[in-house]
Design a protein around this ligand. Structure first.
Ligand SMILES: *[C@@H]1O[C@H](CO)[C@@H](O)[C@H](O)[C@H]1NC(C)=O
Ligand SMILES: *[C@@H]1O[C@H](CO)[C@@H](O)[C@H](O)[C@H]1NC(C)=O
Ligand SMILES: *[C@@H]1O[C@H](CO)[C@@H](O)[C@H](O)[C@H]1NC(C)=O
Length: 343
């Protein structure tokens, strides 16, 4: 039911009701690796949680490294999706003794998964139902770890339990991490651009080859002339289980006890990385089938679907071996000695 409400609210954003993909991808690995921004660097500066194909690697050269061919499994519902998706981890910093604990995760509404994220491919910029799926080697970044600005339309947080059924990153959400106790968890949302320049698989900042059609947030069928090609709009949702961090004293005077793995304890710098890796033309096939109604959410009949059990069984050992806060462990500092930015 809440699912139906969510989708209705999403659809209300655009002129016509539209189907989209919405599916679970479990945790593949958690480690300091970043083949997009810091290829080859081991360790990369901060911890990421990574989902998708198990060919995830320290270096994944665009157009050369074939994710679908090199992977033997994926953590995603759709077993032809060997893309890699990653974002920062979230840590609780004890206001009492300054130690850190990685915040556990839970599955999104209606989905079965072990950590990871919910991934969406949405048709908001489609023109006459048509979008161009990404090409092999395509990659992009949304958000900016150094941002000190509220960018709520694209990067937002929801303190769960305040009512559901409204669009992601609307006015009930906040750009910053919620400054109050969230008994039912915090949902972090990252909305990627929905328009492409039609030429470049990447750009030096990993952003300039794509654009938002509305200046940010959910798209519309009006891509700018600089980026005229409608692409599927990718969105991540990450569910953080903050229920056990209950203590009134921790949420006073605009303070809250959570900090992202790159040191941001405000949350404006939340960001997500995307490396396209769907097998052959499977993503294009799915996007083409959305208007027919034969393809929606985690039940797209033109795609191969694997069981939640198989998706959860796909794991990759850390390439950069270190304790990033496994199983509730307490850490003296954030992995990599990352400093908390805003105290
Ligand atoms: C990851 O990269 C290493 C070093 O380049 C390479 O030996 C290995 O085969 C790669 N992994 C996969 C799955 O291709
Ligand atoms: C630090 O504080 C947290 C609560 O804020 C507590 O759960 C944890 O056990 C403490 N660790 C140490 C080493 O005192
Ligand atoms: C998926 O779609 C098929 C065909 O429309 C339907 O029979 C099936 O019940 C659906 N499954 C789920 C989990 O919604």
């Amino acid at each position: 039911m809440r699912d139906a409400l969510l989708l209705a609210a999403l659809s209300a954003q655009s002129a016509v009701a539209q189907n989209m993909l919405r599916f679970a991808c479990s945790q593949l690995t958690i480690e300091r690796a970043d083949p997009l921004v810091n290829p080859g660097l081991a360790p990369s500066p901060h911890t990421h949680q990574i989902i998708g194909g198990n060919s995830f690697n320290l270096t994944m050269e665009p157009g050369v490294y074939d994710l679908a061919a090199r992977s033997t499994c994926t953590t995603c519902t759709y077993s032809e999706d060997f893309s890699n998706y990653w974002t920062a981890s979230l840590y609780f910093r004890s206001p009492e003794n300054g130690t850190f604990q990685r915040v556990p995760q839970f599955a999104n509404v209606g989905l079965q998964q072990d950590g990871g994220m919910t991934v969406y491919y949405m048709p908001y910029s489609a023109v006459n139902g048509k979008m161009t799926a990404f090409k092999p080697g395509f990659r992009m970044l949304a958000g900016d770890p150094m941002s000190k600005k509220n960018n709520r339309a694209s990067i937002c947080h929801r303190c769960l339990g305040n009512g559901e059924g409204f669009a992601p990153c609307d006015s009930k959400d906040t750009g910053e991490l919620p400054t109050k106790y969230c008994p039912k968890g915090i949902r972090a949302t990252i909305i990627f651009p929905s328009c492409w320049d039609g030429k470049n698989l990447d750009s030096p900042d990993h952003k300039s080859h794509v654009a938002y059609s509305n200046g940010g947030g959910l798209g519309s069928p009006k891509c700018p002339s600089s980026h005229p090609v409608p692409i599927p709009q990718v969105m991540y949702e990450i569910m953080w289980d903050t229920g056990k961090y209950k203590n009134d004293a921790w949420y006073k005077n605009g303070k809250q006890p959570f900090v992202y793995s790159f040191g941001d304890n405000v949350g404006y710098g939340q960001h997500g990385d995307y490396l396209f890796g769907w097998k052959d033309d499977s993503l294009q096939r799915a996007m083409d089938a959305l208007p027919s109604g034969k393809c929606a959410n985690a039940n797209c009949s033109v795609l191969k679907i694997q069981s939640a059990k198989d998706a959860m069984a796909c794991k990759k050992k850390q390439m950069v071996k270190e304790d990033v806060g496994q199983d509730g462990a307490w850490l003296k500092e954030l992995p990599g000695g990352v400093k908390v930015m805003y105290d």
